[in-house]
Design a protein around this ligand. Sequence first.
Ligand code: HEM
Length: 314
Amino acid sequence: MSKSALLTSSIAKKYWMALTGLFLCTFLVGHLIGNLQLILKTGEEGRRAFNEYAYFMQHNIFIKVLSYITYISILFHAIDGLWLAFQNKKARPVKYAYNRPGTNSSGASRNMAILGTLILVFIVMHMVNFWAKMHFSHIPLHTTNKTVDMTVGYDEMGQEVRRKINFEYVLTTAGTYQEVKATDLETGNTSDMMEVKDGTMLYNLEKSGERNANGLKAGEGYKDLHSVVMGFFGQKKEGFPVNSLALWATIFYTISMIVLAFHLWHGFAAAFQSLGLRHKRYTPAIAFLGKTFAIIIPLLFAIIPVLLYLQIEL
Ligand code: HEM
């Protein structure tokens, strides 16, 4: 086979579709495990676990390479899938008199193309919802607050003056909580202890508010993607907008997962067929595994927005 036929012949395209499809199935498993933290862990622990996970996914070089392979696989899989469906349609312009999509491959591939296109629409919207925000827009850092009753000085009589001071802390990638701001709840006076630059970098400030002579870097904070996702599915988090269309977002995600289930129902086993892996004993087992995968994975994905929207904690 010539070099170009390796990419362009129908058989080669089916092969590549199968490989990219199976790779995307492994992506789905990894992505699901990461996202399940949104419902399996709650409170500050859940927020911390998810933001640490998101940071790791963005900074680990191995994961970065996998991400690029994922983007390329999605594009390849979608373009080849549409091309094959188009070729099938061209090769058989007259519809079957008795069309049973389950029993003829052009019906199945047409349905797969429609389902795949809907999934592509979902992925584009989904990337705009979270990925683009994470990469290209300003997301507040993961902060937490604590109010302490403390001595702030002495009056003329030498008596302690105590006030309620609220401290804002940023969780750093070193695992520590750094004080970034103090607010006197009585007077409203604030004093900044850290300056944030480039979105996540923390620099020390002198207590007076002047910049530290060395501009000492005090660490790096996490973007609070957890609160972005919570707000997207309707939960109120301080400093984050609540999505007024959260109900529609939840419905859209749920319907998209049903579409994904149908796509996987046929696609998983079909990929093994395209790779020529047929065996008396293993083919039925692969078909069973494919159908189980097609139900479990989208179902678990769909549960996440539904539970978040309904504010149900497990
Ligand atoms: C329904 C539950 C889901 C939630 C809560 C969710 C959440 C997220 C979040 C927060 C990100 C951004 C991560 C980052 O940029 O670091 C992301 C990225 C992404 N999601 Fe999802 N996701 C869900 C389902 C899906 C499904 C079903 C698919 C595929 C069909 C998918 C495909 C992607 C892709 C391709 C990316 C970009 C990954 C990368 O940059 O490596 N997601 N998702």
